[in-house]
Each structure stands twice: as structure tokens, then as C-alpha cells.
Design a protein around this ligand. Structure first.
Ligand code: KG4
Ligand code: ZN
Length: 335
């Protein structure tokens, strides 16, 4: 089965063609990062307008790269939520229009389920059940994944998402937008033990990153002179280390609590090199199997949406043309 995936939940307009829910035939991503940079964050109204401009060419490119036309597409999968409603509606409307015009079935997909399903595009994916850490700009959740549409939330953030903690720090330090990838790069040259940032490590599986951010603000205020380059590298490395430590510790704790020794780490922050390094070290020590999608499938893309779509379409499920977008849609709530 050939599924066309469409994703427009935030600031990436993406389309992809996936075969049998396993093989990537094309994966086109048009990022709006340059447009939002000067505002230091995603401006929803601008994001919607940019999706409208990009979506047609992105879909055509995905079909061309896969060397197919719409006539050979068996189903369309589109992100229905969670995300910015104005942005989601662009992808959803285009998917419905194509489905109606060509008589192709379409399904609306949960973006978070998509992030997890990205792992099925890798060569040797795990079987269910597994523990999944979804760590992105909007979410930091640990799930027990028992199957498609069968997720139990074990922990979640009480305030900022981990990606937000990266992005806000980068904004504060004025080192670039979006912050995660910049901090990842700078931290490679720094000493992670230079400064000990607080780690919220209570006994539960929830996360909290607001104290960490406040600690950075206080630290900056106390400084009498601006940081030089090497101090900035050390500071970003120390800050990143605090985020990474908590993510690794709590996810491994979840695996032990559930006695499920397979972990999938996904979402934009899963592209972080230090997170990968420390997760692999810790998992090896505990005898846990660890799975990361490649970086390009960790950040937002449409291939992961097509994988979930394939699952529903092969079961004969299709959505009606009056399907609406959902801005907040927890993964453990079936709608
Ligand atoms: O999954 P994603 O592309 O979009 C959402 O669904 O939110 O994640 C975006 C987030 C941003 O906060 C970005 O700073 C972070 O992922 N990110 C990273 C890295 N690459 C992207 N964070 C840390 N290290 C990275 N290499
Ligand atoms: Zn995402």
C-alpha cells in the first residue's frame, strides 16, 4: 500500500510517500524557521499563511521524488492534532480535497503517535510493548506503548517541554533560533560539569523544567561581565546536561517500573547528540534495548504520519470529510 502523508501542525510543511508503512519512498520538509526567527518563536498567523504557500509544491515534490502520481496513491494520512489549529487546517483541507477529488480514503492522525511510529521506518524496529519518550518543542511525555491507539501516559511535564527549555535558554543567551540544535552544537565544545544546574528528580515519572530555566536566569543576572566564548560553551553544556540527565533517568525508571526493557526515544529533542550518547551508556548498563529514529525523522515530518495512516487504512478505517482539527489531543484519549 502506498500512503501519502501530510504534516502541517507547527512550522514545517511536509509531505511523504511511504510504502507498506515501512519503506520511505520520499520525504519532503519545508521549514519556516527563517520566517519565525526574527520573532524568536512561531507566530501562528504567519505559520498558517506560509503553509498555504508551501503545501501544493511540497506535495507535488513528494510525489515526484517517489516517482508516482496521485493515481497510484492508496490512501492519504494527515495530521489532525495536536498543534496550531490554523496550521493543522491547511493540511487537513488539502488532504480532504484530494481525497474527495480522487476518491482516495483519508485518515486524520495524532502527531504524537506519528513521532512514535517514526521508529517503524528504521531497519530493525521493536515489537510492542515498549516504553516511549516523546520529547519535542511542545511535549515531554513517557508512554507505555502497547499498540497503535493503545498508549498509557506514565509521566509528563508539569510546565515547560524539554524542547522549550532548550529554546528559551537559547533566546536568553541570544545564541540562535531554534535553540535545541544551537545548544547541541555549542555544548560539544564545553564542559558539562562546569556548573551544576538543578535536576527535578522526584520519585514520580513527571518532568519539570521551569526551575532549570529560572536557575539560568538567576545565574545570568549575577554575572558582572558577559560570558566569553569558552564560558558560553561550558554553560550550554552544563544546562544541556541537566535536561539530558532527567530525561534519561526517568525514562529508564519507567522501563524498570513496567518491566518493559525496550525504549523508543522520539520527537525533535531526540535529535540531540548528548541525549543519544547518555541514553546509550545508561541503557547498556541496565540491559535495555534502545531505539532512536534517525534525526531527520525525529523532527517534524510527514513520513511518520503516513506510517500511522497505513495502520488504520489497512484495517479499513477511513475518516469522513467533515473531520475537524484538534489543538489539544492527548495520546491516551481516543476520539
Ligand atoms: O518534534 P519537533 O520538530 O516539533 C514539535 O512537535 O514540537 O521538535 C522541535 C523541538 C524544538 O524545541 C527544537 O529546539 C528541538 O526540538 N530540537 C532539539 C534538537 N533539534 C531539535 N533539541 C535539542 N537538540 C537538538 N539537536
Ligand atoms: Zn512534533
Amino acid at each position: 500500500m502506498l500512503v501519502l502523508g501530510i504534516e502541517s501542525s507547527c512550522d514545517e510543511t511536509a509531505a511523504a510517500v511511504v510504502e507498506d508503512g515501512r519503506f520511505l519512498r520520499s520525504n519532503v520538509i519545508s521549514s519556516q524557521i527563517d520566517v519565525h526567527r526574527k520573532y524568536g518563536g512561531v507566530v501562528p498567523e504567519i505559520a498558517s499563511r506560509k503553509h498555504i504557500e508551501a503545501i501544493g509544491p511540497v506535495i507535488l515534490q513528494a510525489l515526484e521524488d517517489a516517482k508516482v502520481t496521485l493515481d497510484s496513491i492508496d490512501g492519504i494520512a494527515v495530521t489532525r492534532g495536536p498543534g496550531l489549529v490554523g496550521s493543522l487546517l491547511v493540511g487537513l483541507s488539502v488532504a480532504k480535497a484530494m481525497a474527495f477529488a480522487k476518491g482516495i480514503p483519508f485518515v486524520g492522525v495524532n502527531h504524537l503517535e506519528g513521532h512514535i511510529a517514526a521508529i517503524f521506518l528504521t531497519e530493525d524496529p521493536p515489537d510492542f510493548p515498549f516504553i516511549s519518550l516523546v520529547v519535542s518543542g511542545g511535549h515531554t511525555n513517557i508512554y507505555l506503548a502497547r499498540g497503535f491507539q493503545n498508549f498509557k501516559v506514565l509521566g509528563q511535564t508539569r510546565d515547560d517541554a524539554a524542547g522549550e527549555a532548550f529554546d528559551k535558554a537559547a533566546k536568553l543567551l541570544d545564541i540562535g533560533y531554534p535553540g535545541g540544535v544551537t545548544i547541541d552544537r555549542m555544548a560539544r565544545k564545553g564542559n558539562p560539569d562546569w556548573l551544576r544546574f538543578p535536576r527535578a528528580l522526584k520519585n514520580d515519572l513527571d518532568f519539570s523544567f521551569s526551575g532549570l530555566k529560572t536557575s539560568l536566569v538567576m545565574n545570568m543576572k549575577r554575572r558582572e561581565k558577559p560570558l566569553d566564548k569558552s564560558e558560553l560553551h561550558d554553560l550550554t553544556a552544563s544546562y544541556q546536561e541537566a535536561i539530558v540527565d532527567v530525561l534519561v533517568e526517568k525514562t529508564l525508571r519507567a522501563a524498570e517500573m513496567c518491566a518493559v526493557y525496550r525504549i523508543v526515544v522520539c520527537g525533535g529533542v531526540a535529535a540531540n547528540s548528548r541525549l543519544r550518547e547518555k541514553f546509550f551508556e545508561a541503557a547498556a548498563q541496565k540491559g535495555v534495548m534502545l531505539y532512536f529514529p534517525p534525526s531527520v525523522l525525529c523532527t517534524d515530518n510527514a513520513a511518520m504520519i503516513a506510517v500511522v495512516g497505513e495502520h488504520f487504512l489497512t484495517k479499513g478505517h477511513k475518516d469522513a470529510l467533515d473531520l475537524n482539527a484538534i489543538s489539544k489531543w492527548p495520546l491516551d484519549v481516543v476520539v
